[in-house]
Ligand binder design. Sequence first.
Ligand SMILES: Cc1cc2nc3c(=O)[nH]c(=O)nc-3n(C[C@H](O)[C@H](O)[C@H](O)COP(=O)(O)O)c2cc1C
Length: 361
Amino acid sequence: MTALFTPLEVKDVTFRNRVGVAPMCQYSSVDGVANDWHMVHLGSKAVGGAGLIIAEATGVSPEGRITPACAGIWNDDQVEALIPINKFIHKHGSVAGIQIAHSGRKGSSATPWDGGAHLEDNGQGWPVQGPAGIPFDPDGQRLWKTPKAMTLDDIKTVQEQFVEAAKRSLAAGYKLLEIHGAHGYLLHSFFTPLDNDRNDNYGGSLRNRARMMLEIVEAVSKVWPENLPLAVRLSAHDWIDGGLTEEDNAQMAIWLKERGVDFVDCSGGGATPAARSSVGTRTADQVGVAAHIRKAADIKTMAVGYITEPEQANRIIETGMADMVLLARQMLRDPFWTMHAAQKLGVDHKAFIPKAIGTFV
Ligand SMILES: Cc1cc2nc3c(=O)[nH]c(=O)nc-3n(C[C@H](O)[C@H](O)[C@H](O)COP(=O)(O)O)c2cc1C
């Protein structure tokens, strides 16, 4: 069996292969509620053979969304809409995961196809908050609102929202929970020195800046079952001077592992406008970081970023750089990427592709 198609067992969950669909905002929800779009987007990747499908950044509160059209998991209607999608994914042999998220100072934005600018508070937008009162791009052409520097009460509220979101994720049927700690959103903006100038227990030293994430992980692991995998997505490198390095993130990974986290999903960038974005980082750089963290923290990693070719993906697993590969844009181009990869690598795709398709192609 090729490395890419070797199953992976983590706790009570078996991933049928090492191919995962990276979380991708669809900007297609109404009031945070998923619909038939999400069924087709996520369901097609399950039918296409992926081992894991991580649903998009899903707001733990209305203000935790990036745009008004982003997904949410703060009420029961949202849970109800997700249940059939997850049943479908599991029926077709994949594992449904969710990324729970808070957008922080990057929230209240228009969708990318409407320009992505901040929305005024008097329209569809909302006031944003962060570790400090520093806007994402103070000198930019686009409006970036000045966030409210969060008080200790604000911090507690958001931490409780993550716990409630974890409970609801379980109720919605997810088998993997990922906490979004990347791309300049709230938890990353606490961790990176670029966005956090606090002088209390949540700012200053690396350990203090990690506190927001670590407290959330501790609280979430009390409600997320011990037999189901827990993942954290990090911007495992800030890709800019003065930002987080892979060493900082290896230390974060050690702290996360001590608290029961199974996977670090190694993305990157997004802390400031000058830093590289998460979709603009070369594979070699980002996969290298995943390999470094895997070794330094002795933790499972997911590698992501410009992974497009079956041989490339297989090599990442075979050479021990990561335990899973996540594909984003390539899965948009080809929801059947996993089946095509199997065919290219000489693996019997009929063993895992639904008969209604596998019998004929
Ligand atoms: C349309 C789109 C939406 C995305 N939404 C999210 C998201 O919700 N959460 C996240 O962590 N990353 C998100 N990303 C980043 C991807 O998960 C991934 O890390 C990035 O696109 C690099 O992988 P790729 O080269 O395979 O596209 C998004 C990317 C795209 C293209």
